[in-house]
Design a protein around this ligand. Structure first.
Ligand code: HEM
Length: 454
């Protein structure tokens, strides 16, 4: 054997595309999960493919997920992979700064996620949900995703940005927000600055959004008002060198949070309900739990929401079967080894919660809806910290998971308490055309208001 033969390192098997440049881009755009699952069935936990000229190494299964999430920032970088967020979050914010600076910025948010704040949010969330569902009639049909989107914008604005912002929320804000979201798609991963109409609308919307939020900051400063919210935490925050955050920085971080948390929560709330209504045999236990926790008109509190363990399992099962973020990416900055395979720097690394969650290595009958898999006896997600990754893992794990779960618990507690609900369509399929993967619209549910027999 020659020396050069000994030095040849094994590279991951390649899933070949039919078109030399585009690779599997079209197929991936149409149904990424089918595509990635096919690769997993053929090659197992690591393979690569060409996507719009970039080499993507796909890792799946809890061991490979762990390697992905535990890689250092200077080896697997989010920054390069998430450049499409820079036109939305802004210069010098999150993925447009160093990982250390980004951690420092995210650290400003922790005071707003403390226990006493979460307690206050429980009340705000309930007030918003009750007011929102008051606007529904006696009976009718609604698009569940559209409704969840509207409601979670109200809740996020109230809890994250505060009372005045919630009051200032206008149709204009909703439409700007919609335009910002329209700038997030697979193409934006690779070419976020192409002269496309959707990217132009995104940029225009951000400029206006900065104006709106800056006005609110300025008003608060002028009046000397203090709020119990993220905005106040950011207004009070200081970088390590003592400097305060500029209004543009504050706006950018608020957009980062709104963006990270609002649509994802709406989508998970919608899937939670759709899956439950598709499997109504799980409803009686949830209703009994509701009665036990909120019977005799008890109000929402953090403590009571924590007691909703059966409802929580159904949210977790929705997270498993329909994770809102189906693909997480990193740019590979340094060569890395996994299980005897050598991957060169320069390409992208990807994990997929949607693919991983359907592997039988952790989850029994992984394609079946079975919230009881999370009960204390079975605890299938405990097999590995990297089995259930709907909120990511490692140092970049989501900071808003508790907030999201709390919010979804409130929404479904209010909905199930007030209405009898049923599905309208036969099927509710995922819509892969958007970055956060919700049910394809229209996704109608039918509601009928309940009356208490007293
Ligand atoms: C159902 C709702 C949510 C889902 C499914 C979700 C999912 C995720 C995932 C998968 C990541 C990791 C991304 C990666 O590794 O590339 C992440 C990170 C993050 N999430 Fe969430 N999230 C949700 C709600 C929220 C909320 C409500 C907030 C804020 C209040 C939030 C703030 C963040 C932030 C700031 C990060 C970046 C953390 C870092 O890189 O250090 N998320 N989220």
């Amino acid at each position: 054997m020659t020396t050069s033969a000994i030095n040849i390192k094994k590279t991951p098997p390649v899933l070949r595309g039919r078109f030399p440049y585009l690779g599997y881009a079209l197929e991936l755009q149409r149904n990424p999960i089918d595509f990635l699952q096919r690769g997993q069935e053929q090659f197992g936990e690591i393979f690569s493919f060409l996507l719009a000229g970039s080499n993507v190494t796909f890792l799946t299964g809890y061991k490979a997920n762990e390697a992905f999430f535990r890689a250092a920032d200077d080896q697997f970088s989010q920054k390069e992979a998430y450049q499409f967020t820079v036109p939305i979050f802004g210069k010098g914010i999150a993925y447009d700064t160093t990982p250390d600076r980004m951690s420092e910025q995210l650290g400003f948010i922790f005071p707003a996620l403390r226990e006493e704040r979460m307690q206050a949010y429980a009340g705000f969330m309930a007030t918003e949900a009750q007011a929102y569902f008051d606007t529904w009639g006696e009976s009718g049909e609604v698009d569940l995703l559209a409704a969840m989107n509207e409601l979670t914008v109200f809740i996020a604005s109230r809890c994250l940005i505060g009372h005045e912002f919630r009051q200032h929320l206008s149709t204009e804000f909703a439409s700007l927000y919609h335009d910002l979201e329209g700038g997030i798609n697979l193409l934006a991963f690779f070419q976020p600055y192409l002269p496309l109409p959707s990217f132009r609308r995104r940029d225009k919307a951000r400029t206006r959004m900065v104006e709106l939020i800056s006005q609110i900051i300025a008003n608060r400063r002028a009046k000397g008002n203090e709020g119990e919210d993220f905005l106040q935490a950011l207004m009070n925050a200081r970088y390590a060198d003592g400097t305060t955050l500029s209004e543009d920085n504050i706006t950018g971080l608020l957009l980062t949070l709104l963006f990270a948390g609002q649509h994802t929560s709406a989508v998970l709330a919608a899937w939670t309900g759709i899956l439950l209504l598709q499997h109504p045999q799980y409803l009686p236990a949830i209703m009994a739990e509701q009665q036990a926790v909120f019977g005799n008109g008890k109000t929402f509190s953090l403590e009571r929401l924590r007691q909703l363990v059966i409802l929580e399992r159904s949210i977790k099962e929705a997270e498993r079967l329909r994770p809102p973020l189906i693909m997480l990416m990193r740019k590979i900055l340094r060569d890395f080894e996994y299980n005897g395979y050598h991957v060169k720097a320069g390409g992208l690394a990807m994990v997929s919660p949607a693919v991983s969650h359907r592997l039988p290595e952790c989850f029994r009958f992984p394609n079946s809806y079975d919230p009881d898999r999370f009960n204390p006896e079975r605890a299938e997600d405990r097999k590995s910290t990297y089995a259930l990754i709907g909120f990511g893992g490692g140092r970049h794990r989501c900071i808003g998971q508790a907030f999201a779960y709390q919010q979804i618990k409130v929404i479904w507690s209010v909905l199930l308490g007030r209405f009898d609900l049923e599905l309208v369509h036969q099927n509710y399929e995922p819509d892969y055309t958007t970055f956060v993967v919700g049910p394809r619209q229209p996704c109608l549910i039918r509601y009928k208001r309940k009356y208490k027999s007293d």
